[in-house]
Structure formats: C-alpha cells, structure tokens
Ligand binder design. Structure first.
Ligand code: RIB
Length: 293
C-alpha cells in the first residue's frame, strides 16, 4: 500500500500581532517571517516525520523551490510534483499572543491542478493505495472521482470548508479528519457527539476524526466512539497543529497501530507543534515525540 498526498504547498507570511485587528483598524505587527506551509505540504511533512513513506503531488511556481527541497530533506517523494507558470500559493497568517491564528489564502499555483495532471499522477497508483486530500487545490471533485474509479482509498481533511465539498464528495472518504469548525459547518451541529452522529448518518462507511483543540479529539465509526484527551502544551503558534495531528494519526494507523495508539501519538505530536513557532518547521520527528512523552 502506497500513500499519495495530492495537496497544497504555500509560502506562509506570518505576522505576530497583539490582537486580531477589527474592520477599519490599522495594527502594527510585532514580528514577521516567511515560513513553509500549506495544509498538503504540512501533512506530507508530518506523515514522513511520523515514519510513513509518502509521495506528494501538487503544484508550485518557480518561487517555491524551497518547498520542494524541504520535502526532499524530509524523505518525501517529490517525483510527481509539478512546477508551473504561476506564483506559488501563499497564506497571510496572523498569530496573536495566545498562539491562535487567522489565515488568508491565495491559491496561486495550487489552482493549476487540472484533469491531465491528475491522470498522469493517478496512473502511478494502484487499487488499495491511499490518497490523502485537503481542500486547497483545484479540481478536487475530479480528483476524487478518478481516484475512486481507480480503487484508491480516500482520506479527506475538508479544510478549508468550501462549496467544492459536496455531500457526494465527502461520502467517498474512508477517513474524514476535521476540526470542530469544519464539523459544525458540514453537520450543522455545534456539539461534538451530535456532530459525529450527523456526519456518520451522511457517511455511514466513513471513519471520522473530530479534533477539538484543548478538548482533545473524538474518533467515531459505525461501531464505536473513542475520545483522546489533548496533551498539555503552552501554545506559541497553533498553525499546522491540525496538520500535525492528521499526519501522525495516519502515520500510526498506516504503520499498523490500533486507532487508540494512532490517536495518542497524534495528540502528542500536535502538542509539541503548538509549542513551537511556524507551520511545517514546528512538526516534531517521531523520536522527539516518544522522547518528550
Ligand atoms: O494548516 C496550516 C496551513 O494552512 C498553513 O501552513 C497555511 O499555508 C494554510 O494552508
């Protein structure tokens, strides 16, 4: 079984702010830096650091070569990554003094994914291989449709929420991994258990992981509901905490661990990630996670 992550790669422009500005307010940032990110990119780094072999497909512009190099340095297969004639996607991220963030995305090269590229990438994969997806690239529904026809197993992190995420598309996910905001938007339920029930009613064959920040995470499938508590951490920057959780959860799961163990290591890795600045740079190595806890 091979793992393909077909997802976004972004340059993150990160501004440290005392508070999130109100409409009409001008605020000076206390700090600024450019970091490597993108939900797809972060999740590939997290899966690789969790010990999984992963191939990353997606598009960057000529200004995004550092993203390719970082994936290579982390052991991710980039042979299917495409460089296109568009600027690399970017994100404007505000991080406040509590480590909470607000993210504005510009898709750029991530929106150059088209049917021809999807065909060429999927032709390298076979039934039973796993396709990990987020919602920051173009042609997501085409990609899911073609992957399902090819017999790939779908893991979907429906983030950010958008109109592309139709009920039909979401129902194709074997694993649906989402946070409370995304769960609320898709289920129209604000409480975790009703949210999980509503999502399972819509996707009865899916396994659902609902992350809740400091309240931990729930896992639910047809037969059971599990809860994983969050690990204590002093939040410096929550960017990529969800991506770290997803990558380590999948790393645990696809290396043969039971769901309970995969949830635990995911929570541990995410706790370390929030205690460090940046997105991909904040993701720990598997050895660091074991040593820390
Ligand atoms: O999940 C965090 C990521 O969201 C950032 O790295 C940013 O690029 C956006 O995609």
């Amino acid at each position: 079984m091979r793992v393909l992550n077909f997802g976004s790669l972004n340059l993150d422009h990160v501004y440290h702010v005392s508070h999130f500005p109100q409409p009409g307010e001008t605020l000076s940032a206390a700090g600024y830096g450019v970091h490597l990110g993108g939900k797809g990119f972060n999740q590939s780094v997290a899966m690789a650091r969790a010990g999984l072999s992963v191939c990353h497909a997606g598009c960057i512009g000529g200004d995004g070569l550092a993203l390719r190099e970082f994936l290579v340095d982390n052991g991710v297969d980039v042979s299917l990554l495409q460089t296109v004639a568009a600027p690399t996607g970017h994100a404007v991220i505000e991080v406040d003094q509590q480590g909470q963030n607000r993210i504005l995305l510009y898709g750029g090269a991530n929106l150059q994914v088209d049917a021809a590229y999807i065909d060429s990438v999927l032709s390298q994969f076979s039934p039973g291989d796993v396709l990990v997806l987020q919602n920051e690239i173009s042609c997501l529904s085409t990609l899911v449709e073609k992957a399902v026809q090819r017999g790939l197993r779908i893991v979907l992190n429906p983030s950010p929420i958008g109109p592309q995420l139709t009920p039909q598309l979401i129902a194709q996910a074997e694993y649906l991994i989402l946070n409370e905001l995304e769960g609320g938007a898709l289920s129209e339920q604000s409480q975790p258990l009703p949210c999980l029930r509503a999502l399972l009613a819509r996707c009865p064959h899916s396994k659902i992981v609902l992350t809740l920040g400091e309240a931990g995470a729930f896992y639910a499938d047809e037969g059971r509901v599990l809860h994983q508590r969050a690990m204590a951490a002093e939040a410096v920057d929550t960017s990529a905490a969800g991506d770290t959780f997803t990558g380590f959860f999948l790393g645990g799961l696809f290396s043969g661990q039971p769901v309970e163990a995969a949830l635990r290591i995911a929570a541990q890795a995410a706790a370390i990630a929030v205690s460090r600045p940046g997105a991909a740079e904040s993701i720990p190595l598997l050895g660091e996670v074991s040593a820390f806890f």
